[in-house]
Design a protein around this ligand. Structure first.
Ligand SMILES: [Zn+2]
Length: 313
């Protein structure tokens, strides 16, 4: 019986470490939520929404009513929201790790069986080399995937605090024309099944390098250029914000005032190109609309388009 020994770090150990680290960080920051007070004053609607989310096994982080306290209460609720985000993040990472390990173990078994069946040394050696390169590929792919997830979570956090004024949207334009329909809708179940995270946006397929136009008058709040990772731009408008994902070639700078229709950047999304990251399968604009710190379906605020239906990409 021939066996090829490969050391695969178990995801449960990694997760335990993540939980332990998260717990210590939460404990350390629990009584000094100064930075969160700033957020509370910017986005009270965001703070109030913490009461409708649930996390299990939170060790004493009980739910509280949004109207029983001042800034301290709000700061604590924002800390709770942050703990909930961490829990959601860890659950997603767990799903990613479990899935890739499952695939890897299956592939390892096939290769091993083949080597055992043929019984010759050269085949075993080739199988072993293939296993090692497979493992290296899987690890690299997983790290890239996790990096993209981190970048997307960071984008969510930044856009949630980018809102000023009272929530409300008037006169929004399409940032690119949806001539080819949509490749993913808001909270698209197919997207969630594929990537393991909810899709808080619409994906509009357009040729690589198309002009992305500001959906409304506003100020460029954030530009994040992650090289080949997920890159994006956030524009702050009166009462809401918009996020344009997989962007490259930014034509504006943070702090610039923009008019509706001004070109912000070039679109991307083609795997392996600047701004794409790993959560994309083809060229498109990932477009988010944020009101009161929460993402809303962009189709509810964009002008209606005839025959606009989700298309497969
Ligand atoms: Zn998207």
């Amino acid at each position: 019986m021939l066996r090829v020994e490969i050391d695969i770090p178990h995801p449960v150990e990694t997760l335990f470490l993540l939980f332990a680290t998260g717990g210590v960080l939460l404990w350390m920051t629990w009584d000094v939520p100064q930075s969160r007070k700033t957020q509370a004053s910017i986005a009270p609607a965001h703070a109030a929404s913490t009461t409708d989310t649930e996390i299990g096994g939170d060790g004493g982080l009980a739910h509280r009513s949004p109207d029983e306290g001042g800034p301290d209460r709000q700061a604590r609720m924002l800390a709770l929201r942050s703990a909930e985000d961490d829990a959601r993040r860890i659950r997603t990472e767990q799903a990613v790790l479990e899935r890739s390990e499952e695939i890897l173990r299956y592939e390892l078994k096939i290769l091993e069986d083949e080597a055992v069946r043929s019984g010759d040394d050269a085949a075993v050696r080739r199988a072993k080399e293939k296993l090692l390169s497979l493992l290296a590929d899987e690890r690299a792919a997983e790290e890239q995937f996790r990096q993209t997830l981190r970048e997307m979570w960071e984008a969510e956090g930044l856009s949630a605090t980018a809102v000023v004024g009272s929530p409300g949207i008037v006169h929004v334009l399409w940032p690119v024309e949806p001539d080819e329909g949509l490749s993913a809708t808001f909270h698209d179940p197919a997207y969630e099944q594929r990537f393991g995270i909810p899709h808080n946006a619409i994906d509009i397929p357009v040729p690589q390098g198309s002009a992305i136009r500001s959906a409304a008058d506003g100020v460029v709040d954030t530009i994040v250029d992650n090289g080949l990772g997920y890159s994006y731009i956030i524009v702050k408008h009166e009462g809401f914000a918009t996020l344009y994902g997989h962007a490259s070639n930014f034509f504006v700078a943070e702090g610039d005032r923009v008019r509706q229709g001004d070109v912000l950047a070039a679109s991307g999304g083609m795997p392996g190109t600047p701004g794409a990251g790993t959560l994309t399968t083809g060229p498109h604009l990932h477009f988010e609309v944020i009101v009161g710190g929460e993402r809303v379906d962009p189709l509810t605020v964009l002008p209606a388009r005839q025959g606009l239906r989700p298309v497969q990409q």
